[in-house]
Design a protein around this ligand. Structure first.
Ligand code: NAI
Ligand code: MG
Length: 523
């Protein structure tokens, strides 16, 4: 490993300069042990490039830079200026949107068709073009999401206040809301850009500095973003970006004595591991982990809409979405109709193919590991005796290469089946009938997870009543994965704790300090 940059030409002919190094103190540095991580295109299994891999020495260097920045320039900045820097960064991401979208379509196989979750009001619900499909521009939805997050939290920078408490004439107290310090952000591969920005934007708005560890499967867009951080004028050391494995770099960050907080998105088992490592120094931890989010379709629902939202809710982004509605419960009276219409929807919409092709809905799974994992759950489903409605196998494209799976629907499942309890993280959904509201609620709640839940009914009091009884951080009534940057998002149960987006997203990166002023009382 020697080069710190390389010129790449993407499958859509876009040429750009890709950073390969470790981004520490606003400089590109080589890996101190000279190691590299190969990143490949999941659509054809070909190598894209090799990035430098950090080790614990590089982690120490990044943490020192982040600590210096926290105690120095970043702390000293006027909060409005902090906001202006984030606005500037948002504009740079906007200017480079084509490159960023190209990188993730290439490195990750992203095909995003409906990510209202992150979009601004002007974009919200405006894009139903997933029905006909469009070019890789659909993958730009994620870049739009990153821009929305940066602008939303830029606006928060100078609006973070404490409070005054006035208990009696002898005493005044006030509470300050301060940044936590140096934050370690550990990022997964399913939304390489947005899952990083959803942490970086509020952390910076609140005055923290960061050491970011990107997912080893998808390092490229975060490195490109790091250049924009520097170009925006954000001081050295405020954002540091490291490539590396979870085992080596992720765990070193989680255990590091000079990191004050860990913000993590990824699997539930890794979340548990991180909590253990963070316990050694009692770091603050927020975890956004796995899910097996239910969708309940009551007999009075608009079935066509339930099918459409249900399909997008599980099949978008190749099913690699933490809050994907991966379990669908349908009232027995409309069950067979729903299953048939869902199958038709999959056949009509879920076109599998190259992420850069204009009629593609579903690209490849991100890695061979994930491809194997999804295939193994297909076999488990068959063995467990669920009814295979469609899919259930790898998808063979023309060249025979790439991590493609057929979109898969299993019906008539029971709650004890593995495929009903485990997060599969693929275009893989299970459907079961229910008889009454109580049964729907009980079954919706019967996993270890609690991230999202969708309720389809025209009866608003039923929808609200059921919402109260579902153990989940988010409920969507008559939609699925319809999230919004202004509304907090996060888990119940083993889906994690802490909230991202909205005002709660800022609170997560602040700590209160209480100051007591004695006005009169004498001892
Ligand atoms: P993972 O949770 O192991 O990886 C996520 C991040 O954590 C990566 O940056 C990884 O390098 C890091 N990491 C791994 N082990 C670590 C450790 N001991 N200490 C600190 N950091 C560590 O997820 P993985 O293995 O890539 O995917 C496995 C499954 O996890 C998926 O099939 C899916 O079910 C789930 N997952 C859920 C996500 C979500 O959005 N909630 C995102 C990615 C995966
Ligand atoms: Mg792992």
């Amino acid at each position: 490993m020697s080069d710190l940059h390389v010129y790449l030409i993407a499958p859509n002919s876009l040429k750009f300069k890709q950073p390969l190094g470790l981004f520490i103190d606003n400089e590109w540095r080589p890996s101190s042990k000279g190691a590299g991580i190969l990143t490949i295109n999941p659509a054809n299994e070909e190598e894209i490039c090799t990035v430098h891999a950090a080790d614990t020495k590089d982690v120490d260097m990044a943490v020192e830079a982040a600590r210096r920045a926290f105690n120095g320039k970043w702390r000293a900045l006027d909060t409005s200026v902090r906001g202006e820097l984030l606005y500037k960064l948002a504009s740079l991401v906007e200017q480079h949107a084509d490159v960023l979208a190209t990188i993730d379509a290439w490195d990750n196989g992203t095909r995003l068709f409906h990510s209202a979750r992150f979009l601004s009001p002007s974009n919200l619900h405006s894009d139903y073009s997933f029905v006909t499909g469009k070019t890789f521009h659909a993958a730009r939805d994620e870049v739009l999401g990153a821009i929305t997050l940066l602008r939303y939290y830029a606006g928060w920078s100078d609006k973070i206040h404490g409070k005054v408490i006035d208990p009696n004439p002898d005493k005044l107290a006030y509470v300050m809301r301060e940044p936590i310090g140096v934050c370690g952000a550990i990022i997964p591969w399913n939304f390489p850009l947005v899952n990083m920005v959803i942490k970086v934007a509020p952390a910076l708005a609140a005055g923290n500095t960061l050491v970011v560890k990107v997912a080893e499967q998808t390092p490229l867009s975060a490195l490109y973003f790091a250049n924009l951080v520097k170009e925006a004028g954000i001081p050295a050391g405020v954002v540091n970006v490291l490539n590396g494995t979870g085992r080596e770099v992720g765990s070193a960050i989680a255990a590091h004595a000079d990191i004050d907080m860990i913000t993590f998105t990824g699997s539930t088992p890794t979340g548990k591991q991180i909590m253990k490592s963070a316990a050694s120094t009692l770091k603050r931890v927020t975890l956004e982990t796995g899910g097996k989010s239910p969708m309940m379709v009551f007999p009075d629902a608009d079935i066509e809409q339930a099918v459409r939202w249900g399909h997008r809710g599980i099949m978008s982004n190749q099913g690699q979405v933490c809050s994907a509605t991966s379990r669908i419960f349908v009232h027995a009276d409309i069950y067979e109709t729903f299953v048939n219409q869902f199958k038709t929807e999959v056949e009509k919409i879920s076109k599998v193919g190259d992420p850069f092709h204009s009629d593609t809905f579903q690209g490849p799974q991100v890695t061979r590991d994930q491809f194997d994992r999804v295939l193994s759950y297909m076999e488990t489903g068959k063995r467990e005796g669920a009814r295979l409605v469609c899919g259930g196998k790898a998808y063979k494209n023309v060249g025979g290469k790439g991590f493609y799976v057929a979109p898969t629907v299993f019906a008539d499942v029971t709650d004890s089946m593995t495929i009903v309890q485990d997060e599969v993280f693929g275009p893989f959904v299970v459907i079961a009938p229910f008889r009454d509201e109580a049964e729907a609620i009980e079954r919706a709640n019967s996993t270890v997870f609690g991230l999202g839940a969708s309720i389809f009914t025209k009866d608003i009091s039923r929808a609200l009543k059921v919402s109260k009884r579902i153990q989940s951080g988010t409920i969507w009534i008559n939609s699925s994965n319809d999230d919004d940057v202004r509304v907090p998002f996060g888990g119940y149960k083993q889906s994690g704790f802490g909230r991202e987006m909205g005002e709660e997203g800022i609170e997560a990166f602040t700590i209160t300090k209480s100051i007591h002023v004695n006005l009169n009382a004498r001892l």
